[in-house]
Design a protein around this ligand. Structure first.
Ligand SMILES: *Cc1c(COP(=O)(O)O)cnc(C)c1O
Length: 235
């Protein structure tokens, strides 16, 4: 295991360097880009190696796996981000465990989160997931749906809408991904001035292992990186 710990620490250091270099190249401050280390490929021991390497924001895409990891004593103190689809029947169990949900993709889900957060007497930060690629199998609001949602947004005292999230198209490589990221940023720039005062669309969650540098160029503030943190660890 200690080889694994060492390898993961080196991978984290390398990713942090690449994030900083991409931010500086884009004229941005490296501190304005936060790493969400995605642990869906690994167990608690490898996730704990990330924490030892100073990654305290971890992401899981499946609620069930997030619940399981959040219950691990070696992962106490982690700030969990749910980055994948959330069904309404899983909101109650998820809310107390997470700092942020990146993947809210309907008004119904927003309202369900509000209601349960109220019952639990807590607040939660969320991002709205946007389908910028037009991929039919992808979750996320289409840009027009997002505009419509904001034009009739109910008051949600327990939900802090912090920004937008997208998944780039699977096909088409980094050039296509970069276009999807630019679309998300433009949508944010268009909507931010029209939002109610309690909504601040500061965060853009976009970019994964193969395209995070392009995402940073387009304004990502949260990059969700999994596989390259486990190079040399996963066979
Ligand atoms: C798995 C996953 C990631 C990380 O992907 P990698 O290519 O492994 O870096 C990011 N976002 C979501 C929503 C994911 O499910």
């Amino acid at each position: 295991m200690s080889d694994v710990v060492q390898q993961i620490a080196e991978n984290v250091a390398r990713v942090r360097e690449r994030i900083a270099a991409a931010a500086l190249a884009a004229g941005r401050s490296p501190e304005d880009v936060r790493l969400v280390a995605v642990t869906k490929y690994v167990g608690p021991a490898e996730a704990a190696a990330l924490v030892a390497a100073d990654c305290h924001v971890l992401g899981e895409n499946r609620p069930q796996q997030l619940w399981e990891k959040a219950a691990e004593p070696v992962l106490a103190g982690v700030h969990w981000h749910l980055i994948g689809h959330l069904q309404r029947n899983k909101v109650r169990r998820t809310l107390p465990l997470v700092e942020m949900i990146h993947s809210v993709d309907s008004l119904r889900l927003l309202q369900s989160i509000e209601q349960i957060a109220d019952e639990l007497n807590q607040k939660v930060k969320v991002l709205l997931e946007v389908n910028c690629s037009g991929d039919v199998e992808k979750h996320g609001l289409l840009p027009d749906d997002l505009r419509r949602l904001f034009s009739a947004l109910p008051i949600l005292p327990h939900v802090e809408i912090r920004g937008l999230m997208t998944m780039a198209a699977r096909e088409g490589g980094v050039a296509t991904a970069a276009r999807n990221f630019a679309t998300l940023r433009q949508l944010r720039d268009l909507l931010a001035p029209k939002c109610p005062p309690e909504v601040a669309l500061k965060e853009l969650s976009m970019g994964m292992s193969r395209d995070f540098e392009a995402a940073i160029r387009e304004g990502a503030t949260l990059v969700r990186i999994g596989s390259i943190l486990f190079d040399g660890v996963l066979t």
